[in-house]
Design a protein around this ligand. Structure first.
Ligand code: 16G
Length: 239
């Protein structure tokens, strides 16, 4: 499997061999991998070489080190296509996960200048500010802060707590049309890391979505913090 005559560096060959095992499902997520020594013996390479391969796989999110325990195969990332305009509830259900939310807060606030501009309302107009932790099979995936103009729709706290915002909007007779979304890399701050159950400074994805109804009216502005270790966004491109 490892070709010592190849110009490919040995650590890279080991990395590829491990990735293949994970991708083929031979090594399942959560299982512990062999020690550096065992790898070094099996591949007849130095422990330094093995360490380099494993470090790269940890950095790329394939493997996770747990202090005092060992190195484990990471949970598979959720792949989300940036194509259809879907809700968290729909995304999770379509992948066979059980969606849920923890409602952190639900209140009305007065729009500041930016909110007013984005939501096409006048400054100081009331907007709902909804903070939710979004979970898949009880694992926290993202923290979402959603702003919706109060004048547009009467939102029920109970429904938001239990169910889907988009279904509540659609059940009220609105048709959601399109959204613009930005995505940028960042690191988890202390409060975020506690909620998302990741270490402080771990990579996260910051997403901002502005969603519009078929009437042309803005429905929501949403700021989200997604776990970088569990999420992968896919974009199809055509030339
Ligand atoms: C997604 C959307 C968010 C929307 C929510 C509705 C992203 C980045 N954000 O999380 O804008 O408010 O779905 O979900 O995808 P719900 O209908 O399950 O409440």
């Amino acid at each position: 499997m490892i070709d010592k005559t190849s110009p490919m560096p040995l650590y890279f060959q080991i990395e590829e061999a491990i990735k293949l095992k994970i991708e083929k499902g031979e090594w399942v997520s959560g299982s512990m991998i062999s020690s550096e020594r065992e790898f070094a013996e099996a591949y007849e390479v130095s422990r330094m070489t093995v360490r380099q391969a494993i470090n790269n796989l940890v950095n790329d999110g394939y493997l996770t080190r747990r202090k005092g325990k060992g190195t484990f195969v990471s949970a598979k990332k959720i792949e989300q296509k940036l194509l259809g305009l879907t809700s968290f509830t729909e995304d999770m259900r379509s992948r066979g996960y059980r969606p849920a939310s923890k409602l952190v807060s639900f209140q009305t606030i007065n729009a500041n200048q930016r909110l007013a501009k984005v939501l096409d309302i006048t400054e100081n107009h009331e907007v709902y500010e909804i903070k939710r932790v979004r979970l898949a099979n009880d694992i926290p995936m993202a923290i979402e802060t959603t702003f919706v103009p109060v004048d547009l729709i009467q939102l029920q706290e109970d429904h938001i707590k239990e169910g889907s915002l988009y279904s509540q909007v659609e059940n009220a007779g609105f048709v959601i049309d399109y959204a613009t979304q930005s995505l940028e890399a960042s690191i988890a701050r202390e409060a975020e890391s506690e909620i998302l159950e990741i270490t402080k400074g771990a990579p996260v994805l910051l997403i901002e979505r502005q969603t519009y109804l078929t009437t042309g009216k803005p429905l929501e502005l949403v700021h989200s913090v997604y776990r970088g270790d569990r999420y992968k966004f896919m974009i199809d491109m055509k030339r």
